[in-house]
Write a protein that binds this ligand. Structure first.
Ligand SMILES: [Zn+2]
Length: 258
């Protein structure tokens, strides 16, 4: 137990050292301010991100995300306490994903450390895989603590029953890239996007988009949520592929909750 905590603490500390200002990270995660223009295919695709700009050098680092979640160690992982509330709906198609910018006040406490929910967004197909199996989609809820450390919750999305909250979001989905759209009188509550279970895989990785900065605490929930085939197809029409390929785990620990 002590040893595991030391490992996590060390990784967290290392992240601090490699983490530039969070505003930059978050801007990069949304694609804003991240130049040159990168894509998921072709010459500006993932295999070339690290070569495109010195700012993207971390994309060829040793602690990158996503990864295949396999060969995990059962451990006393950081505890999770979600205190999400509603937010006015601000939704954006930034050319890389559909993102919802979240109002302040929704908190995820990870191992006793408070992180504010900043935004959430989606990938198709999933970025992480579990024992080699991808899901049709993956939701990422991005949080930041006082020290600008990032913690991202990943939620797998499988095809099944349609999802009410996804349906309400998709009703306002901008199909083309543009500025954020504030929807009057519409609210979103990220709590509705969480599965019932709190079991998780946890490891230290990176942003999955340029500049691929490392030091991100990844927490992928074991339980998926479902969306209907039609809901998945609507996102896929706008984003046929916005998933970075899985990266080597290298010398890292992948923990799973007991
Ligand atoms: Zn993401």
């Amino acid at each position: 137990m002590r040893r595991r905590q030391f490992v996590l603490g060390l990784a967290s500390g290392a992240g601090l050292a490699t983490c530039p200002t969070c505003a930059t990270l978050l801007a990069a995660e949304t694609g804003h301010g991240a130049t040159p223009h990168w894509t998921y295919e072709g010459a500006a695709g993932p295999a070339n991100w690290a070569k495109m700009s010195p700012r993207f050098a971390a994309c060829s680092g040793q602690r990158q995300s996503p990864i295949d979640l396999t060969s995990s160690m059962s451990a006393a992982v950081a505890s999770l306490d979600f205190a999400y509330g509603p937010s006015p709906l601000e939704i954006v198609n930034n050319g890389h994903t559909i993102q919802v910018n979240y109002a302040s006040g929704s908190i995820l406490t990870v191992g006793g450390v408070r992180h504010a929910l900043v935004q959430f967004h989606f990938h198709h197909p999933s970025e992480h895989s579990i024992d080699g199996q991808k899901s049709p989609m993956e939701l990422h809820l991005v949080h930041r603590d006082e020290k600008d450390q990032l913690a991202v919750i990943g939620v797998m999305m499988r095809a099944g029953a349609s999802h009410d909250a996804i349906g309400r979001l998709w009703a306002h989905m901008p199909m083309f890239a543009g500025p954020p759209k504030r929807v009057n009188d519409a609210q979103v509550n990220a709590a509705e996007l969480l599965p019932a279970g709190r079991g998780s895989y946890q490891y230290f990785g990176s942003l999955t988009t340029p500049p691929c900065a490392e030091g991100v605490h990844w927490i992928v929930l074991k339980d998926p949520i479902t969306a209907s085939v039609e809901q998945i197809q609507k996102f896929a029409a706008a984003f046929p592929n916005n998933a970075r390929p899985v990266q080597p785990i290298n010398r890292r620990f992948l923990l799973r909750s007991q």
